[in-house]
Design a protein around this ligand. Structure first.
Ligand code: 4GS
Length: 234
C-alpha cells in the first residue's frame, strides 16, 4: 500500500511512521509512506499557502492552487482512493478501514487552520472521512490514524495474522479481558479458567466476557450484533 499524504507538516507524518509497527511495515515493503508539501508548489516568492476568507471571518483558508498542483504531481496507480480528512466526512469505522485496505494507494488530504478553499473539493472530489464530532487543529492526526488502522489490516504487518482477527470489532464485539504474569497482583487473581489449558473453556469464557462487556459498555454495538445473529440464523 502506498500512502501519499498532502500536508504542510510532512515531518509529523514521517515521524510517526518511523516507529514500532509502522516502521517495521515500511521496512518489509508492506507500506510506503510519502509526504508531499503543497508549500513546494507555491508560485510566489513568499511561498504562501493560505489567505483570509472571502466574505470575512476568522482564520485562514488553504489556497486551491498549491494544493491542487501538489495533488496532481502525485503519480496515481490503478487501484487508488483519495480521502480528505474533515469533520464533514463519514465517520471512520472498522468496515471503512477494511474497504480501504483493498486499495493499492491512498492519497490523503490534510487541512490545517480553518479549512480548504471549496474548489479543492470541487476539483479533486475526494471521499471525505471524519474521525469524530470534534475539531482538531489539523488533519494530520486523522490521516495518521487512518494509515495506522489500514496498515495493521495488511497481511504481514502484525506478527500473526490472527492477532487482527481477535481484536475488538472484527466480530462486531469488543475485546475480552487480557491477563499476563503474575497470577496474583495486589490481591487480584487471573481467572482460573485461563490457567487450566482447556481451550474450549477458554474460548467460551472469552466469548461470554466479550458479550457481557459489549452489552454494558456499547449497547449500540450489542444491538447491532444481536440483529446480525438473528439474520444469519433466519
Ligand atoms: C477532523 C476530524 C478535524 C478541522 C482540521 C478544522 C483543521 C480539522 N478531521 N476528523 N481545520 N475531526 N479537522 O477536526 O478528521
Amino acid at each position: 500500500m502506498i500512502f501519499d499524504v498532502l500536508t504542510l507538516f510532512p515531518e509529523m507524518i514521517e515521524n510517526y511512521c518511523n516507529f514500532s509497527i509502522m516502521k517495521r511495515a515500511s521496512e518489509a515493503n508492506i507500506i510506503s509512506v510519502n509526504a508531499i508539501n503543497p508549500r513546494d508548489f507555491t508560485l510566489d516568492k513568499h511561498k504562501k499557502v493560505d489567505d483570509t476568507p472571502y466574505g470575512g471571518g476568522a482564520g485562514m483558508v488553504l489556497m486551491a492552487q498549491p494544493y491542487v498542483d501538489a495533488y496532481e504531481s502525485i503519480k496515481k496507480v490503478e487501484n487508488s482512493v483519495t480521502v480528505m480528512l474533515s469533520p464533514q466526512g463519514e465517520p471512520l469505522s472498522d468496515d471503512i478501514v477494511n474497504e480501504f485496505a483493498n486499495f493499492d494507494q491512498m492519497i490523503l488530504l490534510c487541512g490545517h487552520y480553518e479549512g480548504f478553499d471549496e474548489r479543492i473539493r470541487e476539483i479533486i472530489k475526494p471521499r471525505e472521512i471524519s474521525l469524530g464530532d470534534f475539531v482538531l487543529t489539523g488533519g494530520e492526526l486523522p490521516a495518521l490514524c487512518l494509515i495506522d488502522a489500514v496498515s495493521r489490516k495488511l497481511e504481514g504487518t502484525l506478527g500473526k495474522i490472527e492477532s487482527a482477527d481477535e481484536d475488538s470489532f472484527s466480530n462486531g464485539l469488543i475485546e475480552y479481558p487480557h491477563y499476563t504474569k503474575p497470577r496474583v497482583y495486589r490481591g487480584l487473581s487471573v481467572p482460573e479458567v485461563l490457567l487450566n489449558g482447556n481451550h474450549k473453556d477458554i474460548n467460551e469464557f472469552r466469548f461470554q466476557k466479550s458479550l457481557e462487556r459489549t452489552k454494558l459498555k456499547r449497547p449500540d454495538l450489542y444491538a447491532k450484533w444481536l440483529k446480525n445473529q438473528n439474520q444469519t440464523t433466519d
